[in-house]
Design a protein around this ligand. Structure first.
Ligand SMILES: [Zn+2]
Length: 85
């Protein structure tokens, strides 16, 4: 029976074979997920999964780190078309 803290799935389970030939389960940390675009779901450029959340704060433009550049472009064009009508 695993330790109570290892019964949840917040750590991934890795099966290993020890030098003595036993099969054991190791509990390892899950890797952080790559930030993805909220509209199309593609991975965002210039964003590492291993950088802490605080340093991911917005940069030059609106929606930075939230939607990708091509979706942002489409959003601007859509708004301009709506305004010109
Ligand atoms: Zn996108």
């Amino acid at each position: 029976m695993p330790r109570p803290t290892h019964r949840s799935r917040h750590r991934r389970r890795v099966k290993k074979r020890t030098p003595g030939g036993r099969n054991v389960v190791h509990y390892e940390r899950r890797k952080p997920d790559v930030p993805k675009c909220a509209i199309c779901g593609k991975p965002l450029h210039g964003k590492s999964a291993f950088v802490s959340h605080d340093s991911r704060k917005g940069k030059e433009r609106k929606y930075y780190g939230y939607i990708c550049a091509s979706c942002y472009r489409k959003l601007i064009i859509k708004k301009l078309v709506e305004r010109s009508m």
